[in-house]
Design a protein around this ligand. Structure first.
Ligand SMILES: [Cu+2]
Length: 131
């Protein structure tokens, strides 16, 4: 076989074609799972699982990333949810001891968004900071 006036073997062409297919598929194969952020609700406030001292923390998320927000309701007798109204992301209300998650794509542009517990949005709300 001749390409650009040079003679190449059929095996070389096949290898090149295979390489191009692998390169084309690479993004799909390597797409990372969504980053997981776990929030625990207790005493009418959200807390990051690894920071039990900061109520309704600011959540720093990267522009364009996919995140999975896990919510654990540890507020006995109370029903809570998690929603980011501006991004149309929300969980169904959770009873005490229930856990659920919502996956959404962070916008591509930096900015701030409010997250809330819809039944208690006056007390339970915080900021998502996209950078
Ligand atoms: Cu609530």
């Amino acid at each position: 076989m001749s390409i650009f006036g040079r003679t190449v073997s059929g095996r070389a062409v096949a290898a090149l074609a295979l390489l191009m297919v692998v390169v084309a598929l690479l993004p799909a194969l390597s797409s990372a799972p969504p980053r997981e952020v776990t929030l625990v609700v207790r005493g009418m406030a959200f807390y990051l699982k690894d920071d039990p001292l900061t109520p309704n923390p600011t959540l720093d998320l990267r522009a364009g990333e996919r995140v999975r927000i896990v919510l654990e309701n540890r507020d006995r007798g109370m029903t809570h949810d998690f929603a980011v109204p501006a991004l149309d992301a929300a969980l169904e209300p959770l009873s005490w001891s229930e856990i659920d998650a919502v996956v959404f794509d962070v916008p591509d542009a930096p900015g701030t968004y409010e997250y809330v517990c819809r039944p208690h949005r006056l007390m339970m709300r915080g900021t998502i900071r996209v950078f």
